[in-house]
Design a protein around this ligand. Structure first.
Ligand SMILES: Nc1ncnc2c1ncn2[C@@H]1O[C@H](COP(=O)(O)OP(=O)(O)OP(=O)(O)O)[C@@H](O)[C@H]1O
Length: 219
């Protein structure tokens, strides 16, 4: 299955944010989006999901236009930049709600055993993010949109999560953006840079320096 978003024009008031953006996400691949602060990455994910209405856009699934918001299709899961799960919900309830096995989660992350009867707000920011990323990855969605998944996550958990991401990608199209660009460049099969309102498909990492996303000599 493949998902395309095309001709995205977004303005807030008189400010142009995105102009003629194109991005393709394919099943079995991780599509990375990089871009400076305020370049419109979160907005693009919201538009893809269907929760933000731009001035113009076209979404296609397997080359066929889709006019209804994608979230109504049941095919897409969106991990927002900020919290996904309410703080007053018990973590085990969240796993029940998503129909994801708590025991299987503990096999990966045994340190969470102590939170078996805790509310989400009792977890640290990074721990909460680990649980949210895991729930998103294990969801049956065909398109997974992840907005800055790695913020606040410590290196050991990051290693485990990237292994799970690699093992889950075969049946999904995963789109992710993060300022921890090395994680994105290592994971991504396809990479886009959003800058000055435009999207560019990156073929060689050196282009990230040429387009002034990274300082010369960073790579
Ligand atoms: N609801 C809104 N109303 C007005 N302007 C907005 C709104 N949402 C976002 N913006 C503006 O749109 C631009 C793009 O924001 P967006 O959050 O999509 O960027 P981003 O690339 O995800 O940024 P960051 O990397 O800092 O999270 C910013 O200039 C932001 O101030």
């Amino acid at each position: 299955m493949n998902f395309e978003i095309d001709n995205v024009d977004l303005k807030f008031g008189s400010k142009d944010i995105l102009s003629g953006i194109y991005l393709k996400a394919e099943e079995g691949k991780i599509t990375g989006i990089l871009g400076p602060n305020g370049s419109g990455k979160s907005s693009l994910l919201k538009i893809f999901f269907g929760s933000l209405q731009p001035q113009n856009k076209l979404i296609r699934i397997n080359s066929k236009p889709v006019l209804k918001p994608l979230y109504t299709s049941g095919l897409v899961k969106y991990l927002p930049q900020h919290s996904l799960i309410p703080g007053n919900l018990k973590i085990k309830k969240a796993f029940d709600f998503y129909k994801i096995g708590w025991k299987e989660f503990l096999d990966h992350f045994p340190k969470f055993e102590k939170y078996a009867s805790a509310n989400m707000h009792q977890l640290s920011g990074g721990e909460k993010r680990v649980a949210e990323i895991y729930l998103s990855l294990k969801s049956p969605a065909k398109l997974l949109l992840m907005d800055e998944p790695f913020s606040h996550v410590a290196p050991l958990y990051l290693e485990q999560l990237t292994a799970i991401i690699r093992s889950e990608k075969s049946g999904k199209a995963i789109v992710m953006t993060d300022h921890m660009y090395r994680h994105i460049t290592e994971l991504a099969d396809d990479l886009y840079l959003i800058k000055n309102g435009c999207s560019r498909k990156i073929q060689h990492l050196k282009e990230l320096e040429e387009y002034h996303y990274l300082n010369p000599g960073t790579l």
